[in-house]
Design a binder for this molecule. Structure first.
Ligand code: SAH
Length: 344
């Protein structure tokens, strides 16, 4: 069976014409899936029954169902548990900001990167998500809320650059005029630092934002928190990122989760200033979110403010991320593999 939700319009046109149908039918079907957010052939009222029957024998629309929803009483953040056609599940988060509505999607079921502070990696990687399954999280949320999604961040479960081909396909389809038409500039992909894939991404000529999960100012500390740092040294990752941004793109974004007594010391702040010297960048500080299994504690507000001040004194732009959805375990690093029954 072919998954229609992951097919580009030219691919879909190929399939439709192979069934001896007119090419304009492909565009109609594409619009049903990617603009009108249909999840079944029945909804496609302008498509002849014979074509719908022929399609349903060969293909399916590989988008997920919503199987649970939690809404934060604190800030209205909504966390969705989606179930994919094979029964696997992943979580996505909808957040309301002043400048619009952002959806944070998962790119894999589980994750194999092993970052020590993150819940999403505790059970390892089950599988990659397809482009249609990534799109389907956004479509499902937009259908549910009835509100247009303006920004997408690929910061849920999974390492997006470890699912490279599906990710690139997903971005092209998401920004497609015949689909939701979300500007590439409103799409952010966060990576733990797969240097070769960052280099490859440059050649795709996409205008998306890349954020690097930095979390430490030197290789030694980074290696102790993020196994991927043993493979790619910071210098290599920063080189790849600087190259990625060299063609008219905007400033680099770094995420830095503050862990009490581990990476939040005055010395770390000093090393970070030296590391980022001369780079046009933004550092997003995130007081580490509690994950039962990790034993890490967040930095106090006062210490986080002092860390921020030190960076600012060196001319670095810094924000402390407002953590949304913590009360529903929907904040960074709190998403995990769950099943429909809610068990971990
Ligand atoms: N794999 C990608 C994207 C997913 S995680 C990446 O590593 O960037 C999104 C962000 O949340 C990353 O910066 C990640 O390091 C961070 N994160 C993970 N666990 C966290 C936690 N417990 N508290 C705060 N941030 C966390």
């Amino acid at each position: 069976m072919t998954d229609l939700a992951s097919m580009t319009l030219p691919e879909l046109t190929g399939l439709i014409t192979s069934l001896q149908e007119k090419p304009y039918r492909a565009r109609q079907i594409y619009e049903w899936i990617h603009k009108k957010l249909a999840v079944s052939f029945e909804e496609m009222t302008n498509i002849p029954g014979t074509l719908k029957k022929a399609l349903s024998e060969r293909a399916f629309i590989g988008v997920p169902d919503i199987c649970a929803l939690q809404v934060s009483a604190a800030d209205g953040t909504r966390k969705y548990l989606f179930r994919f056609p094979d029964g696997e599940c992943a979580e996505s988060v909808w957040m309301e900001y002043r400048h619009g509505h952002t959806v944070c999607i998962s790119s894999q079921v589980g994750c194999r990167m092993g970052c020590r502070f993150c819940a999403s990696t505790l059970l390892g990687l089950t599988r990659n998500l397809t482009a249609g399954e990534m799109l389907g999280q956004i479509y499902g949320i937009q259908r549910d809320t009835g509100i247009r999604v303006s920004n997408v961040v690929v910061m849920g479960t999974g390492e997006p650059l470890d699912n490279y081909d599906n990710l690139v396909r997903f971005i092209r389809m998401l920004s497609d005029q015949d689909g939701l038409n979300i500007s590439e500039r409103n799409i952010t992909v966060s990576t733990c630092g797969l240097a070769p894939q960052i280099r490859r991404l440059k050649d795709e000529k996409l205008m998306i934002n890349l954020a690097l999960s930095l979390h430490a100012p030197n290789d030694e500390l980074r290696k102790s928190l993020m196994p991927i740092a043993r493979r790619y040294a910071l210098s290599e990752v920063l080189d790849a990122l600087t190259d990625y941004y060299s063609e008219g793109r905007r400033r680099l974004t770094f995420e830095y989760s503050l862990i009490r007594g581990v990476n939040d010391t005055d010395r770390c702040a000093g090393e970070l200033c030296a590391l980022l010297k001369g780079l046009n960048c933004l550092v997003n500080l995130i007081p580490v979110n509690p994950v039962r299994e990790t034993g890490f504690c967040e930095t106090s507000r006062a210490d986080a403010a002092a860390f921020k001040k030190k960076l600012e004194n060196h001319g670095i732009h810094v924000t402390i991320r407002r953590e949304m959805g913590r009360d529903i375990d929907g904040a960074c690093g709190q998403l995990r593999k769950r099943h429909a029954d809610g068990a971990v």
